[in-house]
Write a protein that binds this ligand. Structure first.
Ligand SMILES: O=C(O)[C@H]1O[C@H](OP(=O)(O)OP(=O)(O)OC[C@H]2O[C@@H](n3ccc(=O)[nH]c3=O)[C@H](O)[C@@H]2O)[C@H](O)[C@@H](O)[C@H]1O
Length: 439
């Protein structure tokens, strides 16, 4: 009789060292036979696998290129079902309504703007690449929210000209609200190319599509307060210099302003750039300080607070999301028409830039005390001198131009806005997941 543990002995834990010395002849013959049979079977399986892979690849290359793209719910991009969803989402339900393509629609500002437009009866289609710069589950939740209001988000990248072309084939967008971007000031030191890819290459791909479209849409897009860089004159006005960016993020936004200007000049695209000032609020970005501080304070983890030279506190003109949404919608409403079509300019078109800030800078330590109050928990603060990481010491918007031309008037101070944020945070992360509200 063969030893009971024979198979175990023939497949020892150290690969390549088969302990045959304990096996008798009977076992060797049997194992040889088994080995032979299993090698033949394995060979047949490998053949089958190769055949399957080859036929799969040939099917893939022979079908229409559009079928290679699938949306988040596996809808084939360019397919009939996809087209139906896009058309339905773009349906306008108010007199003189717009049809707006919102890029970055699963993002923080994008999801809020898309919803606001849809609620007032505009047609809205979103596009977003659902990247993992921060937790994609938050982006999926925003998508679900929009879906429940019949806003469809196409899962695609603004660098993908074919996806954009298909969207414009299906819908004659009157406006593009371009909010897709690589955000974050300090992350640019870790991943510089993602900024160039999204904020420059992606922007150009989108503008190429807009310029070729007939009719051309008007474009409103997100620039940033960071273009003011190392300026010391406050508050920051649109006419101030923007030639000393402190981060690559800022540099790509500044480049975006120059790039959009050329598309306005050469092709007659109506362009409005909005310089957002540290936007915060419910459904916000987890990479931003107010959000990550909230998470860390709740979990009893230490937070790092940067401080400027000479122990000066850093300050931001924190702007609440609802105010930003009003500014975006007003910019769309007042954008004026693009004059070109099919790549040809037919006359001058508007080129505008506005600050959308709150005009009330608040220091970072004050922001932290507000969070402590609403979370009913003290932060474990670790204060360090600001590193040379792209940060600027303060921001402060002069919003008189936006006030005059867009009727923009922010109404939410940081205390009120953070309270709303914390309320959302608790309901989204804690109550919805059955965890205790406060530790
Ligand atoms: O207006 C913009 O154009 C930008 O706004 C936002 O950038 P910022 O104003 O830098 O916001 P955010 O990171 O929340 O840091 C806030 C403050 O907390 C300080 N900060 C930050 C992190 C930390 O660990 N500690 C700390 O003290 C930090 O030093 C700073 O003083 C957007 O992220 C950016 O995408 C862009 O839109």
């Amino acid at each position: 009789m063969p030893p009971l543990d024979l198979e175990e002995d023939l497949f020892p834990s150290t690969p390549g060292k088969i302990k045959i010395e304990r096996a008798n002849n009977y076992a060797m013959n049997r194992s040889f036979h088994r080995c032979f049979t299993s090698t033949t079977t394995m060979f047949l399986w490998v053949l089958l696998l190769i055949a399957l892979t080859a036929s799969y690849l040939s099917i893939q290359t022979s079908v229409d290129s559009a079928t290679r793209y699938t949306s988040g719910d596996r809808t084939v991009i360019g397919g009939r079902h996809w087209e139906k969803q896009v058309r339905s989402s773009a349906q306008i339900s108010r007199f003189h309504g717009m049809s707006v393509l919102v890029t970055g629609a699963a993002g923080f500002v994008g999801s809020h703007v898309a919803l606001a437009l849809k609620k007032r009866g505009d047609g809205v289609v979103g596009v977003d690449n659902f990247n993992n710069y921060y937790d994609p589950s938050l982006k999926n939740a925003r998508r679900d929210l929009l879906q429940s209001h019949n806003v469809f988000i196409v899962e695609g990248d603004i660098n993908d000209a074919r996806v954009l072309a298909k969207l414009f084939d299906v819908v004659a967008f009157t406006h593009v609200m371009h909010l897709a971007a690589q955000a974050g000031v300090r992350y640019a030191m870790e991943n510089p190319h993602s900024y160039v890819n999204s904020n420059i290459a992606g922007l150009v791909t989108l503008l190429e599509q807009c310029k070729s479209a007939d009719p051309q849409p008007a474009v409103v897009w997100a620039s940033s307060s960071s273009v003011y860089g190392l300026n010391e004159k406050t508050p920051f006005s649109e006419s101030d210099r923007t030639d000393q960016p402190a981060s690559l993020y800022a540099a790509t936004k500044k480049a975006g302003e120059a790039i959009t200007h050329t598309y306005n000049h050469i092709y007659g695209l109506s362009i409005t750039g909005l310089r957002f000032f540290t936007v915060y609020g419910p459904w916000g970005r987890p990479d931003m300080a107010y959000f990550s501080f909230t998470q860390d304070i709740r979990q009893g983890k230490p937070i790092t607070i940067y401080r400027g030279k000479n122990r000066v506190d850093l300050a931001r003109d924190f702007t609440y999301i609802d105010d930003i949404v009003k500014g975006c919608v007003a910019a769309l409403d007042s954008s004026g028409k693009s004059t070109g079509s099919g790549g040809k300019k037919r006359g001058p078109a508007p080129y505008r830039i506005y600050n959308l800030g709150n005009t009330a800078p608040v220091t970072v330590p004050t922001m932290v005390s507000l969070l402590e109050k609403y979370l009913k928990k003290k932060a474990r603060k670790h204060v360090v001198t600001m590193l040379g990481n792209g940060d600027v010491p303060f921001t402060h918007a002069n919003i008189s131009l936006a006030q005059r031309e867009l009727g923009y008037k922010p109404t939410t101070d940081l205390a009120t806005g953070l309270k709303k944020f914390v309320r959302w945070y608790v309901s989204y992360y804690i109550e919805d997941h059955g965890m205790p509200v406060y530790d």
